[in-house]
Design a protein around this ligand. Sequence first.
Ligand code: ATP
Length: 431
Amino acid sequence: MNYTREEIVVLLHKALNEKLMDMVEIISAKSEKISANLYVVGGFVRDLLLDRPNVDFDLVIEGESLDAAPEIAEIMRKEFGGRIILHRRFGTAKWILPSKLANELGLDILDFAATRSEFYEEPTKLPVVQSDNIGRDLYRRDFTINTIAISLSKSNFGEIIDLWNGVYDLNNKRLDVLHGKSFDDDPTRILRAVRLEERLGFNISDRVLVMIEESLGLLEKVTADRIRHEIEKILSEDCPENILARLCVLGIGKAICDELDCKNDRWLMEKFALVRSFDFVNNISSVYFGLWLYDLSEEEIGAVSHRLNLASSLKKSLIQVCRTKSHLNVLANDINPSVIVEILDGITEVAMQILLISTNDAVVMENIFQYYNKFRFVKPTLNGDTLIEMGLDSGPDVGRILAKLRAAWLDGDIYDLESEKKLAMKLVGDN
Ligand code: ATP
């Protein structure tokens, strides 16, 4: 399907509120003043034509140099307020809108980027960037469906620029790259391809599947942070389990690091769906991570953490899950609360949620739930000072006796301050 300018204008009006459309016209006029052309490109246009809502509005400015985008952003800030975050070397600027304007427009940030070409001096390294025209800017992009631009300049407002048959691929649900060296330039596009394919329900073309297979070896050269960033994006999709399964089938996980060759089964599908059904899971991507890596040993977790440079808090949770897994058989019994506490105390909320979701055993689940909702908050009323007043020497015995008092509260052996004091005196006396 080809689109006329009028049809695109109608789609823009449908997708953007009136205030935002007015703002686009203002930015367009400011761009014209510095003899620059204005476009919207990438995910927003792709999703506009697919009738999928997307607020990621990336404006592209074709001017004399990389300074064109920072210049426009600065003009807008001077007139409307807010603040700017600049990356001059890449010709990009983020305009953080003042809150009143943000509310009116329905977005917090407007991204401006100068049209540029990229040149890869070395495969897998970040590219050298230089100012260039819109055609070259589209050529540096990952997939044909992300190369469609819409002109927002007054003279041809709404005109589609489609140099790489992006509209054809959109209509045919095809994910294709622009040239045969695309994955050599940037192997993270392999991960992006699988993510977009699953998200949009598209098919990676056969030619690209072969290219992916041939480029897998390059993934090991990509830095930890870039790979992790792409994995985090995968884990923030609606159904990441399908993407992880595809990564596994295509050998992509293993190409990143041997230990990521894990899980492509019904268990993972069920557990990921379960994560989404629990509203108490707030760090959803960490819990997904833990379930994805659930079968790994501590040593393997160490290797993955190193390869992906995982945050130390996530690594800690993953290791705790690994260590606690071996005690789950104890938790499958009708045991005293103090025993449950002994197993689960000190583990992070994320680790606890991973363990809770990982189990199929109703008793384990109930015991973890009890700990999560109740037992972890149980503390003795007395403190160390009271024990010392009772005659105990300060030192490690204080902690030991407090732990015994806590266990006694948990198991119902004491139930009020009087019974607690009585037990404390006895424990101090016996010490
Ligand atoms: P999403 O909808 O997940 O945000 P997106 O397509 O908007 O996906 P972004 O990561 O926001 O992706 O990137 C914006 C645009 O920049 C993309 O549409 C694509 O054209 C381009 N792009 C992003 N990453 C790459 C890459 N690794 N190689 C080439 N082009 C890229």
